[in-house]
Ligand binder design. Sequence first.
Ligand code: BG6
Length: 482
Amino acid sequence: MVSRVIPVESFDLVIFGATGDLAKRKIFPGLFRRFLAGQMPKKSQVVGAARSSLSQKTFNDLVENSIKSFTEINFRDNDLKNFLLCLNYIQIDANGSKGWNELKTALRPKIIRAFYFSVSPSLFGSLAERLHKHEITTENSRIVLEKPFGRNLKTSKQLNAILAEHFTEEQIYRIDHYLGKETVQNLMAIRFGNMLFEPLWNAQYVDHIQITVSETVGVGGRGEYYDHSGAMRDMVQNHLMQLLCLIAMEPPARFEPDSVRDEKLKVIRALDPVAPHHIVRGQYGSGVDHPDYRTGVNNKNSKTESFVALKVNISNYRWAGVPFYLRTGKRLKARKSEIAVIFKEKPHSIFGPEAGNHQNALIIRLQPDEGITMDVTIKEPGPGGMRLIDVPLDMTFSETLGIEENAVPDAYERLIMDVIRGNQTLFMRGDEVEAAWAWTDPIINGWVDRNDVPKPYDSGSSGPQDSLTLLEREGRKWREIP
Ligand code: BG6
């Protein structure tokens, strides 16, 4: 498989929070990979901006180390040297006046300017205001933001309002890195690039849909942030919501930013409120090499969930009556993200009741081992009558397409290049984020009002027993987390 690299125009990219974790783990290694691929023009400039007073040499060393630690491909020293020539470091005070004039002078006229706010959301407002006050933004400028976009509807509205004072919606790129994943985009290709699936993609043929994002990691060093958020805010309100939208939305007229985002928004607005008995929350216990959740976040009374499973209904013409079961959690049995579309039983079996129940299923594996599997029913070979078995038609993308390991751009690489190209298709619009909070708020407020305490679950398990019951009482079953 030959990938097609279309170089973007040269740009000036300013990374606020350039010494932070995200910049080290994702942004610099991602830019370097695009540089190696020939997509990032050599004349581009990457300005690292942060609070610390660093010499250019110290900053370059920091970037070099991050690239060596987090770029999982081989490269020549000379390429790294050339990439480092694009770097510039400016010490900047996000809440004061230091550094802003230097930044203004460093940026070149008539070139795309992108400002990546890789900082705490509490600084978004000050950064936006200062960029404006110092006349650093031009018509050709955009800003890139990381979640969380507020903690609830009220704060997300406030944040959007602050940004709107200085930037148009077309200049604001809200990252949900799940949208940058190759296989997540493939959801749209599978649905809208094939004639086969779309006619069956509705309540007449689909029994239910399962969306699982399971992780083996715990909260790690992010205890304080996580305990303040929980799985609902950290994963469901954004990543799982985006997956749900892509699976459930109507075909957009075109693969263009607002056509796609309009359709996603309609799905979010059609979500029913979730009844308390359709939600299960959990908190992980200790494992051989890690403490339990509460010890990990240093809060022995924490009522924050590290697991959540819920049944969601979409009240629209296509999906009325089809449950969508969502689950995500940390310290589970395996790292696995997949979407399973389980089709209904046939209206009549010509093979009689002894042939058993057989439901077709389409499984879209998002990570790891990206691919699709279709469970189809066939005759079990050999004598003994018409015995039916379900077998998988399995396609693993890397094998079928001959993709070498690490050849596919990481989500951040793709998204940063889209920012430079000015393509917002894979970014969240302000109204989408607000609609997602409007649906999430009553769920979280309900937990607070009821003083809800998450159920404990064993590390390395599939989550609390109650999450299995959520489906079993409706005659259904979660797919195994292998
Ligand atoms: C982040 C969450 O947005 O996504 C983390 O804050 C989570 O808690 C991560 O671990 C999962 O992303 P990925 O790409 O590893 O599936």
